[in-house]
Design a protein around this ligand. Structure first.
Ligand code: TEU
Ligand code: CA
Length: 557
């Protein structure tokens, strides 16, 4: 079990539209990524997860695929993709692709056929239902990106289901032909030499058939998000096990399933060592508490720790964790969980320490290693994401004033994570010679790769150390997790233990000093420093003061 490479790996998530533009059209592309491979190698990561680059009309930036077998024009050609893959492999870096199998684009030929007539052989590849007797939607299900999850199709007089936008119809996984067609896609990319996949909303494939009304989730709303009917559905484990068996079992790859509403107990099944599903899952419990669009609210620190600790201890020895605070759907972590003003550098390093010192495989989302922050947009027309537009429309419909909507977007929009990668202090942060598809964060003259590379105290150089430490210390990879001071309002602390070695992690998640003492019952004569984000040499285990956003890691002796 211990020699699987993905357990020792650090993954770099790359959102190619915002990474590097090679031809000046303002959009990142595959050649742009290939030009930056030496940077990725220098960073020290082992795996790149590439967000979708398949043919797509880009209603949702590639999460609406119109052809699983080709590359979208803006990204380049299949030859460019091969060059990228070879460039990664020749540097000893693996490539995992994003697989969106819950839905396709409405421009996918399967859907075009499916909607062409009620008796088309592909009709049943998607989820079509008659309206209620009064002509309204088949049920009250709400979608992520529009009020109703059903779209009426004039031509055939029925509704189709889309849990995301109407341009993203859900595939009907109940139909075995659909499943086989999707397994072909997986095998195709494996045969091309990819090293694994990140499966988009992988716990949504199985829906409760019969399509019952959803219980109230948002009080008083006409449409309700059907969490109990679309996540972790009745046949989900059967489908994933079948996919595992037929599409990728026996290959030396890594798989990670995206799983909103996955509990630690469900993670044991989705990512169990012997359950034949995925190698790991992205759970959402620490980033979405109780529902969607909560990232604009202040988070509950104690609950946050408890959630993460529960995943750490429940999965240990039975399943594998994936560790993240950021991705292309979440606001920037330092703005959300740190202090992106007074303690930007310190708190960015502390959050990195938290992720990298827990048990599981860490994911670094592009720009996180620089301490990139949320973007201070002041107008709606600066936003680009359909999720942001939907939020604006729905909030206005509920009578919410524009300034409140804007401030919620400032804190929670997915666009926060999608502004261009900041390479240098040059025009457009060195991302493009043209006009970027979304504005560059105005803080790029200070926060960028070039400046930070030359600064030994930068967030970037700290991340390189974090990534290297994992290679040097097996306790970081394999150690058990012992939570400490779970009720403390400032500290997040724990011990990792492996083959007699104990690693102590001390993090002060606050703007003020905190008094530290090793809790009773834990004995240690002395400590040896592993890492500090504040220039600390020694920690007095009996009594010491830990500064604001200070992180300290040591071996207990
Ligand atoms: O995201 C699924 C998901 O559940 C959320 O993170 C979602 O983006 C958010 O809650 C909306 O408010 C995945 C992809 O990561 C995302 O980019 C896609 O838009 C989505 O699936 C549809 O493919
Ligand atoms: Ca381009």
């Amino acid at each position: 079990m211990e020699n699987q490479w993905w357990k020792r790996a650090v993954v770099y998530q790359l959102y190619p539209r915002s990474f590097s533009d090679s031809n000046g059209d303002g959009q990142g592309d595959l050649k742009g990524v290939t030009a930056k491979l030496d940077y990725i190698k220098w960073l020290g990561v082992d795996v790149v997860w590439l967000c979708p680059v398949y043919a797509s009309p880009n209603a949702d930036n590639g999460y609406d695929i119109s052809d699983y077998y080709s590359i979208m024009d803006e990204m380049g050609t299949i030859g460019d993709w091969e060059a990228l893959k070879n460039g990664l492999h020749s540097r000893g870096i693996k490539l995992i692709m994003d697989m969106v199998l819950n839905h396709t684009s409405d421009q996918h030929p399967w859907f075009i056929e499916s909607r062409s007539s009620r008796d088309n052989p592909k009709r049943d590849w998607y989820i079509w239902r008659k309206g209620k007797p009064d002509g309204s939607e088949p049920n009250n299900w709400g979608s992520f990106f529009s009020p109703s999850a059903w779209e009426y199709d004039e031509k055939t007089g029925e509704y189709y289901l889309h849990m995301f936008s109407p341009k993203q119809p859900d595939l009907n996984w109940e139909n075995p032909d659909v499943r086989q067609a999707l397994y072909n896609v997986i095998r195709f990319w494996l045969d091309k030499g990819v090293d694994g996949f990140r499966f988009d909303v992988a716990n949504m494939y199985s829906k409760v058939q019969g399509f019952p009304e959803a219980p109230e989730f948002v009080p008083g709303s006409k449409y309700q998000f059907p969490i109990v009917h679309v996540y972790n559905g009745p046949r989900i484990h059967e489908f994933i096990q079948e996919m595992n068996r037929e599409a990728f079992a026996g290959r030396d790859i890594m798989t990670v399933g995206e799983g909103p509403f996955v509990t630690p107990e469900l993670a044991l099944q989705y990512a169990g060592f012997d359950t034949h599903e995925f190698d790991m899952v992205f759970h959402f419990e620490h980033v979405i508490k109780g529902g969607l669009w909560t990232s604009f609210m202040p988070y509950d620190f104690i609950e946050f720790k408890q959630t993460l600790n529960r995943f750490q201890t429940t999965l240990y020895g039975k399943a594998w964790n994936s560790l993240y605070l950021s991705n292309h759907d979440q606001p920037r972590q330092v703005s959300r969980f740190g202090n992106d003003r007074k303690y930007l550098v310190r708190s960015a390093k502390l959050l990195g320490t938290m992720i990298h010192m827990q048990q599981g495989t860490p994911y670094v989302y592009q720009g996180e290693e620089l301490g990139m922050t949320n973007i201070p947009f002041t107008r709606f027309d600066q936003y680009r994401d359909l999720d942001s537009f939907n939020y604006i429309a729905q909030s206005r419909a509920m009578g919410m004033p524009d300034d409140l909507i804007l401030s919620a977007l400032n804190r929670s929009s997915r666009d926060n994570a999608r502004t261009p990668m900041q390479w240098s202090a040059e025009k457009n942060a060195g991302f493009t010679a043209g006009t970027p598809w979304i504005e560059v964060n105005p803080n790029y003259p200070e926060i960028n790769v070039e400046t930070e590379t030359g600064d030994p105290s930068s967030v970037l150089n700290y991340y390189r150390r974090l990534i290297r430490l994992r290679k040097e210390m097996p306790v970081i990879v394999y150690g058990s997790f012992i939570p400490l001071m779970e009720e403390h309002p400032q500290f997040y602390c724990w011990i990792r233990e492996y083959e007699g070695e104990r690693l102590l992690v001390v993090l002060n998640f606050s703007d003020t000093d905190a008094g530290f003492a090793l809790p009773e019952g834990i004995t240690a004569g002395s400590e040896k420093r592993v890492l500090s984000n504040a220039g600390r040499e020694k920690l007095n285990l009996g009594s010491d003061t830990i500064g604001p956003w200070e992180a300290y890691v040591c071996i207990l002796e």
